[in-house]
Design a binder for this molecule. Structure first.
Ligand code: NAD
Length: 305
């Protein structure tokens, strides 16, 4: 593909999988974050998305032509400091747009989230354009940026592409979201430890394997703009699960994971999110289907822990 891609927030749960896949497909990648790292197989620079000057310098120095903008504070962590979350998630979005416009970069990938939905949405099967009244500051910040994304695309100012990620299952530790238990439970099973779950046993949420999330994102970024039929993010998901169902799936591979429940504030967040989303438009527009169902996801990640 031969693009030169800058990734913000690249040291989070998702970043390294995007780095590996983008490099494998022939792209140059510059990873950036506010934390330091020396175990990446690409160039790395410290970059705080508030720092417009540094962003501009990096784009020029590394001749970047696409940005994957991941820097964010997620749902559960966001509730601890709403003002900081609103600031980072929105300033990060607008600063990257500004830096890109200044440098004539015309393509950004920016992930949204199922957190944009709320109890006024149809939570049993959320369509792409439900009424949305998110109950977290994280969801509110993502929805605000979705509206800005619509504006920029509608006005043809810059090409921003986006998926509303559900819970992402990977072998990297999540950064403070409401679906973190899916990954934490896999680590507990692999280490033969009991698990204390912060959501009720029957709380159903949509999920997907990290490889499916990466593949769909890169496919969305690669296709011709004329195939993209909406100006806002697409829904995306692979399967739906709950803590007790996920435990049973894990134990079907011979593990003996035991769970007890200490439900906390994250239950209210989960109760305001969809159990299932309608991602048929994405599947049609980019000709994508997930490769991993629930069992395949659990087994594949367990093998890699
Ligand atoms: N992981 C999921 O399940 C999930 C689900 C839905 C949407 N998303 C979205 O995907 C993106 C990546 O998620 P993730 O799980 O990798 O997040 P994460 O919380 O694991 O990582 C976020 C990264 O951003 C960095 N960061 C924080 N402040 C920064 C700043 N000022 N400037 C630059 N970087 C900064 C952090 O150091 C961290 O490495 C986010 O936009 C998130 O909202 C993730």
């Amino acid at each position: 593909m031969n693009n030169r891609i800058l990734i913000t927030g690249a040291l989070g749960q998702l970043g390294k999988f995007f780095i590996d896949s983008l490099i494998n497909q022939g792209n140059y990648v510059l990873a950036t974050d506010i934390k330091n790292s020396n175990d990446l197989n690409c160039d790395f620079e410290i970059f705080d998305v508030h720092d417009l000057k540094k962003g501009d310098e990096l784009i020029k120095k590394y001749k970047i032509n696409q940005v994957y903008n991941f820097a964010a504070i997620l749902s559960a962590k966001g509730e601890i400091n709403p003002a900081k979350t609103w600031d980072l998630n929105n300033a990060g979005f607008f600063n990257i747009v500004d830096i890109c416009l200044k440098n004539k970069i015309n393509k950004i990938f920016w992930p949204s989230s199922i957190a944009v939905f709320g109890k006024n949405s149809n939570l049993n099967f959320a369509s792409i354009d439900e009424p949305m009244c998110p109950e977290t500051i994280y969801g509110a910040s993502k929805l605000a940026c979705e509206k800005a994304m619509y504006y920029y695309n509608f006005k043809n100012i810059i090409d921003i592409r986006s998926l509303r990620f559900p819970g992402i299952v990977s072998n990297s530790k999540p950064g403070g979201g409401t679906t973190d238990y899916v990954v934490d439970m896999l680590f507990s099973a692999a280490k033969k430890k009991d698990f204390t779950c912060f959501l009720k046993n029957d709380t159903v949420l949509p999920m997907m394997h990290i490889n499916d999330a990466v593949d769909a994102s890169i496919m969305l970024m690669s296709i011709d703009k004329k195939n993209i039929s909406i100006n806002s993010p697409y829904n995306i998901s692979s399967f739906e699960t709950s803590p007790s169902k996920w435990r049973d799936t894990i134990n079907s591979f011979g593990y003996e994971l035991k769970i007890d429940y200490e439900v906390d504030f994250r239950q209210d967040i989960a109760d305001s999110w969809p159990k299932k989303v309608d991602d048929s438009l994405l599947r049609k527009d980019i000709d994508w289907i997930p490769k991993f169902n629930e069992k395949e996801t659990a087994l594949d990640i367990l093998k890699s822990i």
